[in-house]
Write a protein that binds this ligand. Structure first.
Ligand code: FMN
Ligand code: MN
Length: 497
């Protein structure tokens, strides 16, 4: 059921109908994990305020070049601060980057503890909230129908060998031509002409919709939404079935239905509170060169003939902000990693009730190396869990299973478990010639090997054999009290006093 909201002149929303009971129940179902004070973040602007209040938003001097310099500064601050460039490359429109380059920040955006991020995302995917349509939206305050993308928007060039300017943080929304249900995903988009974009569509949902449209000789209408809140960004990366509208996960994470508005040149509905929307259509029977482009495995995605979008309109807020994700940075890695972790955890827990947690390690580009923490009950089960994980996503290349005393968010801890609880002749599982990631350059066009390591303790080991050493009282030491005020330089004086 759709509910219409009105925007008054101040841009404040007023609901014209009460929220349904069903909607309230769903919102309540997922909000129980939230700490009592924290509220989920629902707009990019609100999120920037949140970061700024915690001294996590660096504002850069005017005049930054869009060619490399903007990406260089963003990368230096990757994981430390988000970045705002007020007037890059002579544009009036600011650029922001690094909005979610830390797992703890994502927890804050959700309003939960970091240990509850995966559970909260799973709960949102299980209790989606339908969006509400509004007439008139901030994102349509300004409408352009004469399009020159590089003049209208401050679109940067990121990596050394990128083939030009790329829109990298655009949520591509399309409707299933058969059912009308929307899909949301992020695709790299190279600016190839004043109103033309080259797009990489891997064989997922947008690709399926486009194939159906192309078979009928039709273009596929799309909207590219730039400048949304972190939870909507995260929702775009959910591994959901086809015809599961990812915007309904965003609504669930917000705890309120997402307000959406109809595009000015097509029927696609877009988040009303976004900053910018590029409307267009994927052209049937047209492919043009796109790439190379610096990708998440820290290598270039190759140049090839790819899909083409013809832009029909650009709409934005009066004082819009442009969001860019630097290819291969933490923002890119975490946005893909966390929804995958949530899906993989649910997948493993369906078959193995003793799986406690999973983590996609940063060294494995938050895609290829999975750490699994279990409460071991039975010899051999770690290998079954490894096989289950290989089936969870073809990107998974290495799985390490550890006991509950190992912190899987700390790669040094996992390496310690391998060093002291694993023997390759007994605990290693290798599966050759299986499907992997095409972006892993060591595969043969996506065909490669998988490796699983059982780094759990044997159940029959004597208690002392695998007992971690510990100094009693270490955690309780109050260093402020324990350390003398005499400086180290005066150590002779301290020892003779
Ligand atoms: C920053 C970023 C860039 C991405 N670029 C692409 C891309 O160029 N092509 C692509 O097919 N997927 C890309 N992805 C991954 C998809 O957005 C992701 O797999 C999405 O969940 C697919 O949605 P779907 O399952 O609804 O098709 C990117 C993800 C992120 C976070
Ligand atoms: Mn989808």
């Amino acid at each position: 059921m759709l509910i219409t909201r009105q925007f008054d002149r101040t841009g404040k929303k007023s609901m014209s109908m009460a929220t349904t009971q069903n909607t309230r129940d769903k919102a309540a179902a997922i909000s129980q994990d939230r700490s009592s004070v924290a509220q989920p973040s629902t707009t990019l602007r609100g999120w920037l305020d949140h970061l700024a209040a915690r001294d996590r938003l660096a504002v850069i001097r005017s005049g930054t070049s869009l060619q490399f310099e903007l990406a260089a500064i963003s990368k230096r601050l990757d994981g430390i601060k988000a970045v705002l460039f007020p007037h890059p490359g002579g544009h009036r429109m600011p650029v922001v980057s690094g909005l979610v380059s830390d797992r703890g920040w994502i927890a804050e955006a959700m309003g939960v503890e970091p240990s509850n991020v995966l559970r909260q995302f799973q709960a949102a995917a299980l209790n989606p909230l339908p969006w509400e349509e509004v007439d008139g939206a901030p994102v349509q305050e300004v409408v352009h129908r004469e399009i020159d993308l590089l003049k209208l928007l401050p679109i940067p060039v990121h990596n050394e060998h990128d083939n030009g300017a790329y829109i990298t943080a655009g949520l591509l929304i399309a409707r299933n031509p058969r059912t009308g249900i929307q899909n949301v995903s992020i695709h790299r988009l190279q600016v190839t002409g004043p109103n033309r974009l080259g797009a990489l569509l891997l064989p997922r949902h947008t690709h399926v919709f486009f194939e159906a449209a192309e078979r009928a000789g039709q273009p596929l209408d799309v909207a590219i939404v730039i400048g949304v809140d972190p939870l909507t960004l995260l929702s775009s990366q959910a591994i959901a079935p086809i015809d599961f509208d990812e915007l309904t996960i965003a609504g669930a994470l917000h705890g309120a239905p997402l307000p959406v508005v109809k595009c000015v040149t097509c029927d696609v509905r877009v988040p009303a509170e976004a900053e910018i929307v590029v409307e267009g259509r994927l052209l049937p029977m047209v492919r043009e060169m796109e790439g190379p482009f610096g990708e998440f495995p820290q290598y270039y995605g190759e140049e090839a003939k790819r899909h083409v979008i013809e832009v029909t309109a650009v709409t934005h807020r009066k004082d819009a902000l442009f969001h860019t994700i630097v290819g291969g940075g933490l923002e890119h890695l975490l946005l893909g990693g966390i929804p995958r972790e949530a899906t993989l955890l649910a997948h493993l827990q369906r078959s193995f009730t003793n799986v406690l947690d999973v983590h996609l390690a940063r060294g494995g580009v938050c895609r290829y190396h999975l750490y699994v923490q279990i409460s071991k009950r039975q010899e051999g089960e770690a290998k079954n869990i490894i096989m289950g994980a290989f089936g969870g996503h073809y990107d998974i290349k290495q799985v390490v299973v550890v006991d509950e005393d190992v912190d899987i968010h700390n790669s040094t801890e996992v390496e310690w478990a391998i060093a002291t609880r694993f023997q390759a002749d007994r605990d290693l599982l290798i599966v050759g010639n299986s499907q992997g990631s095409k972006l892993d350059p060591s595969t043969r066009d996506g065909v490669g090997a998988k490796m699983g390591l059982d780094a759990t303790k044997p159940l029959d080991a004597t208690e002392m054999k695998f007992k971690r050493i510990r100094v009693p009282g270490e955690e309780e030491v109050d260093l402020a009290k324990a350390v003398s005020s005499i400086s180290g330089r005066s150590w002779r004086q301290a020892t003779t006093a």
